[in-house]
Design a protein around this ligand. Structure first.
Ligand code: GAL
Length: 690
């Protein structure tokens, strides 16, 4: 990959915050006027004003409209759009228009198309048909970016640059020739010599020793398991290659418009595995995230919370932009249900509760043609006499009432450690079980905490853990020495730390840490595992112990764990091959405690255990809420003002006690108790710090 000198002239402090001209929270969506006749823009702007729209993402997929034939540029429609939006007081997150190269480009230069691991070419005709590493594609993309910056850099509507779109969404891994060449350059930068690569990849195994970097390939389809470290490094490289593409476009924008901040929209769902977003964080002037609820997920509001918390984690706790979500159905799931009354408002405000300072949608006006015509929008096919449109207007009004929360931060004293390289490595082939899914483990622990009303930050292993009283480390299979030491320090300092099975097994090269599992955490936890005993698909074992609620069951994973002196066995297997062996242990460490959970507990058992951890660490919420009612607090930097978001995900109304302040959505005083109707959201401002 091409290496560039870092951009030194840029001073982030000199960049104006993207939303400087917006009063309160951002509200809007993707705006694609190129799909419509020019007359529609009049109605668009009128209705945007009616709804209170103040920010739009423009020109994301507009390359072929701007440049229908190579070098022929048609700016009129975009000039007009930018001017109209400015007149209407609407800010623009202007795209680089690179998210889908025009057909003339890929026909003329098919070498820029990406490939799958089996060599299949991904052709044009959908979108994102480009290899980010291809020098010629890069040249075209930079040219387009430069044109956008030169044309609109001084436009008063321009608030933010939106680089490409969901980079890596469709092609997180490209195995083309240009990717192969860039992979080799990346490997040279990482290892310096081929001997060091051979060492790191363990190529003495299966006669894989490389003579030169030229011999190295991406992990293409092969007769048997590809080298695991090769696979892992290709994952790292691919994330870096996508980030490098972002940086290149970003640097071009900065040179021309140093005063305008830059971002790209991430996809921090539990399904997006391709990009190590924590490593992207420093390059984003503001974090932007896209999220879509999954219809088949019975607890989609919990998955939404996790996605929002991941976005906030990438943002280091700062406010972030919800760049896309949907007013109602999407078009890309197997069965695309419409949202129920109140669901969209609740989804939107759940993101705001968890740190979003802007709520945006894909897209403003529902398309008539193309692959997304059945995807909902702010303005649906059926027009303004609809629930969706009324919901859009209601949301706009609600966000105006909540404007004062802008800039405040979410309060959390618990952390769940999440790591992308650990995710990639944990799910490699040739492992003790093929059934382990890293994000399922993260989600299980996250959900258990959500159900106890605990707001968590999701942080990488190298984050500063000082502010946390509870630190959960689910299946951190790969961890380097610094990460492991960081987790251990949290326990020494006084936190309750819980590490779960298949953690600390390998170093950053995917080499096993010898001497017994879980190598990196053996001393912290006071345990040593000799062998893994993963379970068959329908196999369950019993687990007994007060901490797991008496009798629990476990699936997926068991292991033969021995404890050191001073490590307490708090739950043991009561049947199966490991009957009598420890399943959950606890050890006092410094001013804190370290728990080891060597199996996957059923939800009730996990809920009991998490209850114990919450109690021990003192992170229980200070306001009691019934099941299905979510409470999250945002707070000003000085702690003088807090806002408690109460979201009722149930069909039953309830009353929350012990609250005093002002409810912002209804504009009423709260004196001791707050009524929370079914499905409703309330936001209580309190003057005292919590
Ligand atoms: C996102 C994408 C949008 C739109 C949306 C539909 O992945 O950025 O352009 O396709 O999904 O849900």
């Amino acid at each position: 990959m091409r290496r560039r000198t870092p951009f030194t002239a840029f001073d982030p402090a000199a960049v104006s915050p993207w939303n400087v001209q917006i009063d309160g929270l951002g509200f809007g969506g993707d705006y694609n006027p190129e799909q419509w006749p020019a007359e529609v823009r009049d109605e668009d702007v009128r209705l945007m004003r009616e709804a209170g729209v103040n920010v739009l993402s423009v020109a994301i997929f507009a390359w072929a409209t701007i440049e229908p034939r190579e070098g022929e540029l048609e700016w009129g429609w975009l000039d007009d759009t930018m001017d109209r939006l400015h007149e209407a007081g609407i800010q623009v997150a202007l795209a680089t228009a690179t998210a889908s190269p025009p057909p003339w480009l890929t026909r003329r230069h098919p070498e820029i198309l990406p490939r799958l691991a089996d060599g299949t070419v991904l052709y044009q005709g959908a979108r994102q048909a480009y290899a980010v590493t291809h020098p010629l594609y890069r040249e075209y993309a930079l040219r387009m970016t430069t044109r956008m910056a030169e044309r609109y850099g001084d436009h008063p509507a321009l608030a933010l640059w939106h680089v490409d779109n969901e980079i890596g969404c469709h092609v997180p891994r490209d195995y083309s020739e240009s990717a192969t060449a860039a992979f080799r350059v990346w490997l040279v930068a990482r290892y310096g010599t081929i001997e060091r690569l051979n060492e790191a990849w363990g190529t003495a195994f299966w006669s894989q020793r490389y003579a030169t970097f030229e011999d190295v390939l991406p992990p293409l389809v092969a007769p048997m398991f590809a080298n695991p470290t090769q696979q892992l490094d290709f994952d790292r490289f691919s994330s870096d290659a996508l980030l490098d593409y972002y940086r290149d476009l970003r640097d071009t924008l900065r040179e021309i418009t140093p005063h305008v901040p830059t971002t790209t929209n991430l996809m921090t769902t539990s399904a997006t595995k391709g990009m190590d977003y924590f490593s992207w964080a420093d390059d984003l002037d503001v974090v932007a995230n896209d999220h879509y609820t999954i219809a088949s997920d019975g607890e989609r509001h919990v998955e939404l919370a996790l996605s929002a918390d991941l976005a906030r984690g990438v943002a280091g706790g700062d406010p972030w932009i919800l760049m896309e979500h949907s007013t109602s159905a999407v078009n890309w799931q197997p069965r695309n249900r419409a949202k129920l009354p109140g669901e969209m408002l609740r989804n939107s405000l759940q993101h705001v509760a968890r740190g979003a300072d802007s709520v945006m949608f894909f897209q403003w006006r529902q398309s008539r043609a193309g692959a997304e015509k059945y995807h909902s929008a702010m303005l649906p096919h059926a027009g303004t006499g609809t629930d969706v449109w009324r919901g859009t207007v209601e949301l706009g009004t609600t966000l105006q009432r909540l404007g004062e929360v802008r800039g405040s931060r979410v309060v959390s004293r618990a952390a769940v450690v999440v790591d992308y390289p650990a995710w990639w490595a944990a799910e490699l082939d040739s492992h003790p079980t093929q059934d382990l899914r890293y994000m399922e483990e993260v989600r299980a622990w996250y959900s258990a905490l959500w159900h106890q009303g605990v707001t968590v930050d999701t942080v990488p292993p190298y984050a500063d853990l000082d502010g946390y009283d509870l630190v959960v480390v689910p299946t951190l299979y790969l961890v380097d020495d610094d990460g492991a030491a960081n987790v251990a320090r949290a326990a020494e300092r006084g936190a309750t730390v819980a590490v779960t099975f298949f953690s600390g097994i390998v170093d950053e090269h995917d080499h096993v840490r010898l001497g017994g599992y879980p190598g990196a955490f053996r001393d912290l936890l006071g345990v040593r595992t000799e062998e893994f005993f993963p379970l068959q698909v329908d196999e369950r074992v019993g687990v007994t112990g007060k901490a797991v609620g008496g009798d629990a069951t476990a699936d997926l994973w068991t292991e033969k764990t021995l404890v050191r002196d001073g490590t307490e066995v708090v739950a043991a297997y009561d049947d199966g091959a490991l009957a009598g062996h420890p399943a959950v242990t606890r050890r006092e460490v410094g001013a804190g405690a370290a728990w080891y959970v060597g199996t996957r507990l059923d939800p009730a058992g996990l809920a009991s255990l998490v209850g114990r951890l919450v109690e021990e660490s003192g992170v229980a919420p200070d306001v009691a809420a019934p099941a299905g009612v979510e409470l999250v607090r945002r707070r000003t930097a000085d702690g003088a003002t807090t806002w408690l978001f109460a979201l009722n995900h149930t069909d039953d109304g309830t009353t929350l006690d012990g609250l005093t302040g002002t409810e912002l959505i209804t504009g009423t005083a709260v004196e001791g108790s707050l009524a929370l109707p079914p499905g409703a959201v309330r936001v209580v401002r309190a003057a005292a710090s919590h």
